[in-house]
Design a binder for this molecule. Structure first.
Ligand code: ADP
Length: 484
């Protein structure tokens, strides 16, 4: 993987280099070495991709859902057969250990199979009319050409959810993956190409923000599906043309509440998993924990031990490492800044605390636990998006709930409690789109996943994920039959 490869766009059923000298170089975060070059696809090439998608939609929208289901199943099978190839690209470009990357790719295959099934179960309703001789049918139809923009932390999973649901719904799509992780997207599109998806139905354009801007502001786009930062979400909202439905998954700063009635071992295990998996670079990572004072010191001690024992390494050399590098230098610097800010304001360092110099020049940061944190510290309200966790004690559950709800984030919250009344109170009062109780795996394929408040709107996963690519048509027919 030491040679610098150039990746191509996939437009209208063929691979093509964008006609531009402007490029972006992808760096392997485990070694800080350049590995891939991509074009900064200019507006005229983006236009070609969108026009191809618009042309393909004219027939794709009327294809039989059972036919689309068959294609989605085939794509799922191809992806499953290409697990190692796709996973290696993920690890090389964004640093997730290989075993974890393999798991991500398998989940994408599953998403295609799930939406293959869901596609054949998309139907409307019959609505009663006040007058005899009429019938009202409410039908679901694909919205049209989708622009999808995705980040690097789950480089193929976040593409897969959008791609499988959009194609299943009968939409066509132009996708721009993150400039940090383009090659796994390229490998994913190879799977689409191999199953013979009709030309123009799915298109891939590579590049960074300017390519994304050209895509979301194209007048032929009928829906924008975005996962990424709040700032980019705001920029996209401003630049979309006309009245375009948007779905936005913008991440957030996710809280955990461990009550006095929690199973401490389970709470510690869950916290380690959801704070440090993917080096904390997950929209639904636990960033801040509020722990009842009776359990607080014991929780910190066990958490510190378990965290210090995590194996950090280049996940290509050690596929089963617990944590790889963070994805880029900016995150490494943000982690350092958040830790320094917390310590300067009186937090206590339990474990970790800085970059792993022994693994430099790779962007490795030691998994870090900070105790005695307060809400004004950056780590407690600004998403670190790295392996840094703040922990604060509480006495009154109402205070913990208020602190959990106090940031603009509304994507996911977690609770450990074995008290029924307490659990129901927390489930009701936490203002988040996903709440995990006594577990930290809030997202499952067949339930809706989405945020609220500053974390965005719209849903992926589940039937709701498909419905995001459909709109309704009310068909009122006067058939004239008035027989009693
Ligand atoms: P992250 O910090 O997760 O990389 P970003 O919001 O910066 O989040 O990027 C997410 C995706 O949005 C990437 O594919 C990126 O290239 C794209 N992007 C960034 N800026 C813009 C923009 N102004 N318009 C459209 N897409 C953009």
């Amino acid at each position: 993987m030491n040679t610098l490869r150039r990746q191509y766009n996939y437009i209208d059923g063929g691979w093509a280099d964008a006609r531009t000298d402007s490029t972006y170089t992808v760096v392997n975060p485990a070694t800080a070495e350049p590995v891939t070059v991509i074009p900064q696809t200019p507006p005229d090439e983006v236009d070609r991709a969108v026009r191809a998608a618009a042309a393909a939609w004219r027939s794709w929208r009327f294809t039989n859902p059972f036919y689309r289901a068959e294609i989605l199943h085939e794509i799922g099978n191809r992806i499953a057969a290409a697990v190692d190839t796709i996973a290696t690209e993920i690890t090389v470009e964004m640093g997730k250990p290989l075993d974890e990357a393999r798991g991500e790719v398998r989940k994408v295959a599953k998403a295609f199979h799930y939406y293959a099934e869901e596609t054949t179960r998309t139907f409307g309703t019959v609505v009663p009319n006040e007058e005899n001789g009429f019938i009202s049918l409410v039908q679901r139809e694909p919205v049209g050409v989708v622009a999808a923009i995705t980040p690097w932390n789950y480089p193929v999973e976040l593409i897969g959810w959008k791609l499988a649901a959009a194609l299943g719904a009968g939409c066509t799509i132009v996708l721009k993956p993150s400039e940090y992780s383009p090659s796994s997207a390229v490998e994913l599109f190879r799977c689409l190409d191999e199953v013979g998806l009709p030309a123009g139905v799915a298109n891939l354009v590579l590049g960074a923000a300017s390519t994304g801007q050209a895509l979301v502001s194209h007048p032929l786009i009928n829906k924008i599906a975005f996962t990424g930062s709040a700032e980019t979400g705001a920029a996209i909202t401003k630049s979309s043309q006309g009245v375009v439905p948007l779905s936005m998954e913008l991440g957030g700063s996710c809280p955990l509440i461990v009550t006095a009635h929690a199973d401490l071992d389970a709470a510690v295990a869950g916290t380690v998993r959801r704070s440090f998996r993917n080096a904390g670079q997950i929209c639904i990572a636990i960033n801040r924990a509020y722990v009842h004072e009776d359990l607080y010191e014991e929780f910190l001690e066990r958490l510190g031990e378990r965290t210090a024992a995590l194996v950090v390494n280049d996940g290509l050399k050690q596929p089963d490492a617990d944590m790889g590098p963070v994805a880029n230098r900016e995150i490494l610097e943000r982690c350092t800044r958040h830790v320094a800010d917390a310590l300067a304001r009186g937090a206590r360092l339990v474990t970790g605390g800085g970059p792993r110099e022994d693994l430099a020049p790779g962007y490795f940061f030691a998994p870090t636990v900070l105790a005695d944190t307060t809400q004004e510290m950056l780590v407690m309200h600004e998403e670190t998006f790295g392996p840094v966790l703040g922990v604060a004690p509480y006495r009154d559950l109402a205070d913990a709930i208020a602190a959990a709800n106090s940031t603009p984030a509304g994507l996911a919250a977690y609770v450990y409690s074995n008290d029924l009344a307490e659990t129901f109170r927390l489930a009701r009062e936490l203002d988040f789109g996903n709440v995990g109780v006594n577990n930290v795996d809030a997202g499952i394929m067949n339930a809706p996943y989405g945020g609220r408040k500053g974390s965005g709107y719209g849903y992926e996963h589940g039937r709701e994920g498909l419905e995001g690519y459909l709109h309704l048509k009310h068909l009122r027919i006067r058939h004239g039959s008035t027989a009693e």
